[in-house]
Design a protein around this ligand. Structure first.
Ligand SMILES: *[C@@H]1O[C@H](CO)[C@@H](O)[C@H](O)[C@H]1NC(C)=O
Length: 362
């Protein structure tokens, strides 16, 4: 790159013999031109959704292992436009997802998603995208405790999911179930991976019967509850320390999935009468979300900048915020009485998360 660059400059010198201030202009133009074409330097997370008839990236009916909660079509969703939107970054194009190439790159290697059901959503999306690329290749799906393993046996590629909703530990003690913000023994399962994609957020706001802990502990201090955003931040700091202590960047690439947003309040997308994502069939067009980013994004970003080891944020919040149409709504696991505006239909939005992930590892 450097070579051809300097040749180009000296040839423009020779042919036009520009005065020095014009050389600076030429240099700047060349740099801009170069950046616009290099996906690796382009912000893949700023863009807009465009209808693309060639979408989705796979036929969900040809993905036999998608769980019921994500198969919106199978659950009766009649509209299909939500499967037909392609993410268009503003400054460049995403390279096409090539599942065979992905599997070759990870031959003999292991990938693990760690987190809550939004991790499961992205894990299922990736296994469907890869299976669709090599429909005749053998695969094996097993589950042991909290870890599900999808193996592409012909390639020796493992795509795994460790369900761990807080990343830090919940320990059963005499007083009850204690959420320990500075303990991360679960990390023992993550050590030998070639790629890790973490996520935690949605469970930090759980209260009442669905809250899976009774006490919360930092150091020797045990309390009944605390500010949830502070708890989230403390756990992220513990996780960041784990990454710095345990990750060998020569072996393992580390990503954070980012905050996946919900759509339960239409005021945030200029539709105050909407109480949820039900009947939403179109994304927001354009690149702006009226309601802004959820506060958890700022907390996450400030935790990530303190990590010394390379960790890349899969910054999917804004692009997902624009997709009020992408949730199961009444076509999810909860059936016609429940409304799911947190998870995402497959095929759908998480395919784009994986498409961007693929572009980041190229
Ligand atoms: C919805 O968002 C608006 C604007 O931020 C806020 O004023 C309102 O309280 C929210 N409604 C609910 C039910 O959370």
């Amino acid at each position: 790159m450097k070579m051809s660059f300097s040749v180009y400059i000296s040839s423009s010198f020779a042919s036009f013999s520009l005065p020095p201030h014009k050389v600076v202009v030429v240099l700047l133009l060349l740099l801009l031109h170069h950046n616009a074409n290099a996906a690796s330097e382009c912000d893949l997370f700023t863009g807009r959704w465009e209808l693309d008839k060639s979408y989705p990236l796979y036929d969900p009916a040809a993905c036999p292992f998608i769980e019921r909660e994500f198969t919106c079509q199978k659950n009766g969703r009649p509209d299909l436009d939500y499967t037909k939107y392609r993410w268009q970054p503003l400054g460049c194009n995403l390279l096409r997802f090539d599942g065979q190439d992905f599997l070759e790159r990870f031959r003999g290697k292991s990938i693990m998603f760690v987190g809550d059901s939004l991790s499961r959503n992205q894990w299922q999306s990736l296994t469907c995208m890869l299976h669709f690329a090599v429909p005749d290749a053998e695969y094996d799906l097993t589950r042991q405790g909290d870890v599900s393993t999808f193996t592409f046996t012909d390639y020796g590629v493992k795509v795994m999911l460790d369900r761990n909703v807080y990343l830090v530990d919940i320990v059963r003690e005499k007083v009850g179930r204690v959420l320990k913000l500075d303990s991360i023994e679960g990390g023992k399962l993550w050590k030998d991976m070639d790629m890790l994609i973490f996520n935690t957020w949605h469970w930090w706001n759980r209260r009442g019967p669905s809250q899976p802990w009774d006490y919360i502990q930092v150091g020797t201090q045990i309390t009944k509850d605390m500010d949830r955003m502070l708890a989230f931040q403390t756990a992220l700091t513990t996780w960041a320390g784990w990454v710095d202590l345990n990750i060998d960047p020569a072996k393992t690439r580390v990503f954070f999935q980012g905050i996946s947003p919900s759509h339960y309040n239409g005021s945030l997308w200029n539709e105050p009468s909407a109480k949820s994502c039900v009947r939403e069939k179109q994304p927001l067009l354009g690149s702006k979300y009226p309601g802004g980013l959820p506060p958890a994004v700022g907390v996450l970003k400030s935790a990530l900048v303190k990590i010394t080891k390379p960790v890349k944020l899969l910054d999917i919040t804004l692009l997902s915020l624009l997709r009020k149409d992408g949730h199961p709504s009444i076509y999810g696991l909860t059936g016609p009485t429940g409304i799911d505006c947190s998870h995402w239909c497959l095929a759908g939005v998480p395919d784009t998360w994986n498409h961007i992930l693929y572009n980041l590892i190229l």
